[in-house]
Write a protein of this length. Structure first.
Lengths: 316, 339, 382
């Protein structure tokens, strides 16, 4: 078993890493919102799901790819991928903002605690996934392959595939942009201020509603990007794709320390690798069990997750 | 806003002993007569009205009461409540088919198993707080289902077949299709659970839970053994879920891991919050509505779950504290605490 | 599959209209109204199987109603059980006590079937399932839980398991077979009945993967470690396509095979044609397009979407009841008697005749191979 594991180590690791980067982006959707509102944004999984469909609309319906099409190359390929990424991000970002306005805003103004928005979010999830299910005849949908999945090179025994490489690099870039946004821009600082102390932030003249909308927008953009990368890598989706991935990403956010952007990063990577290794060693059916046992152990030793809770480290 | 809960409490408190007995007996009589009202507008299209009364309605009510002890009374977010329901059901399934024990003999065993697993889960999980507890309990619910799915002794995905119905007594027969009998049995269990919760709430445990819910740190400082009472709430909640599970298995004759998905946990949580967390009457009403609604709107065909989701969103926005919220006085404290 | 925009409200509306037409009450007073029911998952995560089967049933009824205009109008009660035994147990008594219903197509899933059976048996409602393949339902040794009301069109897991193995290893000189199930009762059942037919030394390993899985890299690593040259997936098409795709993309060049849960026209739309080239499938029936391209075209025209998984089985199941209705059967007892003694042709021309326990007697399995993005009939599995 160990020998086999060493044989497969690098290909498992690459698989786990690219899955981990998708988790990171979805986890950001949870963690940003949690940081500001202390609320589990349950509908985030459906925002991801809509992002996957947005990608397919571009590839299949705008650029007319089918399962027997020639692969795109060169400039056209990058144009297609770029359009799909931006479209998916925008659709998810805007939807995320809308969800906040429809499902959470009123509750937040009424100071209703965390559970009422949670149930409202569950309702939104049902509405979104059932609507998409009806629109797709309850069938799974595939994104036709626009890019040939070629190997760029070999690392020990494992092939380095182009889609995984794109995911890792783009996710890193997006993550760097996000960090810069949160730390350097005015809006980013306002988000951090609201996360630290909403009342003080309001007294300082920060428009709380605007900041919260922006937080949902940013979280949605990241989740939409995850939808694009997911579709690029796995090429299949359905109206219910979000549920499992959403829970996995939420677990990743908690593992790293929810509310903490860096925590989402390491949590996502750790979860992607952990799931892949555990599936190989113990059998895929015990994957979820292993993940939760590890989560309990981590939270037991580090009650705020691996990297602590807050968007900033100042909150007690 | 008009507060139904306060109105109801007012009427109740202004009554003398006789008046209260009359109200209570009247209410129980109406609820007990529900199976006979299948011919009215209450009837559910396609699904059988009387079986809908048993599952989901009565089962959801029982589970919601149990979950309310955990969430409403002590403020612990449990997203894996279905685990206790599953443990009760599998206890019934295993013992009922492998040993000669009958449902009434297995009932205490099932409750004990659920309580025991409540301790197993509760002691490590309750050291954590808030949303972390949510994900740990969610994980526990999934673990129970996955274990049932993979252990040969539990029938794996095929589940357990041929679970016996409860033996009758006093000439009452529990046939698999005598939905009314099960409904009334569940009604008795529900009344017992209500009685237990109300009794505990008025005593030391109730005061301890209330203090934990409002401010855990302050409670700890004032000498309330918060951890002990949290585990206690968890275990009591588990016992109710276990009891529901035993009866459920004994009613459906067949259980499989598909019956115990995360969606059930989420639904029960929705029942509690939708009805009015912390107020047992609200929780019951929430479970009745959310258990009943999907079957009542079957005429919507494909769109029924979509509409169900919409109802959740709209109602939570209109009544964030639930349909019958807890007392105003308690709410005021929570408000202050939250701001 | 006819291509169209994703957010095609028009198509959804057409579908809704189509199903409304099928259940619309008779305007012709002389026609006799007969009610059948369908039970399966129509909402929620499992809806893909139920909606495809329901479309098959409604299609058959549409043809029948058009042909028997003025004589019979067949209506359908759609009982949504979400594929969940718990939901099934409350739908079943409702269907069973609705005296207008004289036959039931379904339940789609074996678990839901077992939960519903006590009620249907009690009220003597004949049922024909297009997809509940669990062996124990018709196995006298398991206590005859389906007898006498239960019948089914597809061969059981006991027949399909070994046949699938045979087809997958056909022409392979030294097969090393890796079997992956989807943890559903269907998938695990197929594996359980396949196992005894695997000769010593030909098994390369097993894996059991939840049907919610999207990343298959761990399973793929196991397959590579085991150096398997035949991979069999026992599950449904929504998972089969991504699994096969990821496996091929990782460099696997051996044989891929699956059972009737994979045999859906949707399956080939879920992965590039080059990836699915050569995938071997078994099923008791044949996809509509393979029986006759005109049949599929007509289906698309009438139902507003391509036929799906278990479509042919649903049409066959419905046709058995419709044949009875055409003979004037209008009660449950008469229908049950009719179904028991029924002998007729399926869509593919084989004989449908139920044995005493409700299985199609001598149900043989057909082999299929995916060629150029189309599922092609490849002769019976021998």
């Amino acid at each position: 078993m160990i020998g086999n594991f060493l044989d497969q180590f690098w290909s498992l690791t690459f698989g786990g890493l690219s899955l981990g980067f998708i988790y990171i982006l979805i986890a950001l959707g949870y963690t940003m919102v949690y940081g500001v509102l202390r609320m589990i944004n349950f509908a985030n999984s459906e925002i991801f799901m809509v992002g996957t469909f947005a990608t397919i609309i571009i590839i299949r319906d705008l650029f007319k790819f089918t399962q027997v099409s020639e692969y795109a190359t060169g400039f056209r390929l990058w144009l297609i991928l770029g359009t799909a990424l931006i479209f998916a991000m925008l659709v998810s970002g805007i939807l995320s903002m809308l969800v906040e306005m429809v499902a959470y805003r009123r509750l937040r103004r009424m100071n209703s605690g965390v559970l009422a928005p949670l149930i409202s979010a569950i309702g939104v999830s049902m509405v979104l996934s059932e609507s998409v299910r009806i629109l797709t005849d309850s069938r799974p949908v595939a994104s036709p392959r626009a890019m040939e999945k070629k190997f760029l090179g070999q690392f020990f025994d494992a092939g380095i595939r182009i889609d995984n490489t794109i995911i890792v690099i783009s996710a890193l870039v997006l993550f760097a942009i996000l960090i810069t946004f949160v730390n350097k821009t005015r809006m980013g600082k306002a988000i951090r201020a609201v996360s630290m102390n909403p009342n003080a932030a309001r007294l300082m003249g920060i428009n709380i509603d605007g900041v919260i909308s922006a937080t949902f927008l940013v979280g949605g953009l990241m989740t939409g990007a995850a939808g694009f990368f997911y579709t690029l890598k796995y090429e299949n989706t359905s109206a219910f794709i979000g549920f499992e991935l959403g829970i996995a990403a939420f677990t990743a956010a908690i593992l790293g320390g929810i509310g903490n952007i860096k925590g989402a990063f390491y949590g996502g990577l750790a979860l992607g690798l952990l799931e892949t290794y555990a599936s190989f060693f113990l059998g895929t059916q015990w994957k979820a069990v292993t993940v939760f046992i590890v989560l309990v152990l981590v939270l037991y030793t580090k009650p705020n997750g691996l990297f602590g809770e807050a968007l900033t480290q100042t909150r007690a | 806003m008009f507060n139904l809960r306060d109105k109801g409490a007012e009427i109740w408190e202004n009554q003398g002993r006789v008046g209260r007995i009359v109200i209570a007996v009247g209410a129980i009589a109406i609820v007990a007569a529900l199976p006979f009202m299948g011919g009215t507008f209450l009837n559910t299209p396609i699904a059988d009205y009387e079986s809908v009364l048993v599952y989901p309605i009565a089962m959801f009510v029982l589970m919601a009461i149990g979950l309310n002890i955990v969430i409403g009374k002590s403020g612990l977010l449990d997203l894996g409540y279905v685990a206790f329901f599953a443990i009760g059901a599998y206890t019934m399934g295993l013992l009922g088919t492998k040993t000669g024990l009958n449902t009434w003999e297995i009932l205490p065993i099932g409750i004990a198993m659920a309580m025991f697993s409540g301790i197993i889960l509760g002691v490590p999980a309750l050291k954590l707080r808030g949303d972390y507890l949510a994900i740990i309990t969610l994980g526990f619910g999934e673990i129970v289902r996955i274990v049932a799915l993979n252990l040969g002794a539990l029938g794996r995905s095929e589940g357990i077949l041929g679970i016996p119905t409860p033996p009758g007594f006093f000439g009452i027969e529990y046939a698999f299709d005598s939905h009314r009998i099960y409904y009334w049995t569940l009604l008795i269990l529900i009344l017992l659970a209500i009685w237990m919760v109300r009794r505990l709430s008025a005593r030391r445990a109730g005061r301890a839970w209330e203090s934990i819910r409002q401010d855990e740190d302050a409670a700890e400082l004032l000498g309330v053994p918060t951890f002990k009472y949290k585990v206690w709430a968890f275990v009591l909640g588990a016992s109710v879920g276990g009891a529901a599970g035993v009866l459920y298995a004994s009613k459906t004759l067949f259980i499989a891991p598909d019956n115990f998905t995360l969606q059930i946990s989420i639904l029960i949580l929705a029942c509690v919050v939708f009805g009015g967390m912390g107020n047992i009457w609200g929780v019951i009403l929430g479970a009745v509505i959310l258990g009943y609604l999907p079957d009542r709107i079957r005429f919507l065909s494909e769109a029924r779950l979509l509409v169900f989701g919409l109802v959740l969103v709209i109602m939570m926005n209109l009544r964030p504290d639930g349909i019958l919220p807890r007392k105003k006085r308690e709410k005021a404290i929570v408000k202050k605490d939250a701001s | 599959m006819k291509k169209r925009g994703l957010i095609s409200v028009a198509a959804a509306a057409a579908l809704a209209a189509a199903s409304l037409v099928a259940v619309a009450p008779a305007s012709n007073a002389a026609a006799k109204t007969i009610t059948l029911a369908f039970q399966g998952p129509l909402t929620g995560e499992e809806a893909s199987v139920g909606q495809d089967e329901l479309a098959g049933m409604l299609y058959a009824i549409k043809l029948f109603n058009a042909k028997n205009k003025g004589k019979y109008v067949v209506k359908v009660v759609q009982a949504d059980d979400q594929g969940d035994p718990a939901q099934s147990a409350k739908v079943a008594p409702g269907i069973a006590s609705n005296k207008k219903i004289i036959g039931l197509v379904g339940a789609a899933y074996s678990g839901a079937t077992i939960a519903a059976l006590p009620y249907y048996k009690q009220r003597n409602l004949p049922m024909i399932s297009p997809s509940a393949t669990r062996v124990s339902i018709t196995d006298p040794a398991a206590g005859n839980i389906g007898f006498p009301v239960f019948h089914r069109i597809p061969p059981t897991d006991k027949v399909q398991g070994p046949a699938l193995f045979k087809l997958a290893t056909k022409g392979v000189s030294s097969p090393k077979v890796f079997v992956v199930d989807d943890q559903s009762a269907y998938g695990v059942g197929l594996v359980d009945y396949m196992k005894p037919s695997i000769p010593a030394g030909q098994s390369a390993g097993f894996d059991s993967v939840s049907d919610k899985t999207t990343d298959w890299s761990a399973t793929i690593s196991k397959i590579k470690t085991a150096a398997a040259n035949v991979v069999i997936y026992t599950g449904y098409f929504p998972q089969a396509a991504p699994f096969f795709k990821q496996l091929r993309d990782s460099g696997y060049t051996g044989i891929l095979a699956g059972g009737d849960g994979v045999l859906s026209p949707t399956f080939v739309t879920l992965a590039p044609a080059s990836v699915l080239e050569g995938v071997r499938l078994t099923a008791g029936t044949v996809p509509l397009a393979e029986i006759d391209a005109k049949l599929e075209a007509d289906f698309v025209k009438k139902m507003g979407k391509a036929s799906g998984v278990y479509a042919a089985e649903s049409i066959d199941a419905t046709n058995v009841f419709l044949a009875g209705i055409a003979k004037g059967v209008s009660t449950r007892a008469a229908m049950l008697k009719f179904v028991k003694s029924y002998s007729g042709k399926s869509l593919t021309g084989t004989t449908i005749k139920f044995d005493a326990y409700g299985d199609v007697a001598g149900g043989a399995l057909n082999g299929f191979v995916v060629k150029g993005g189309v599922i092609k009939f490849d002769g019976p599995v021998k």
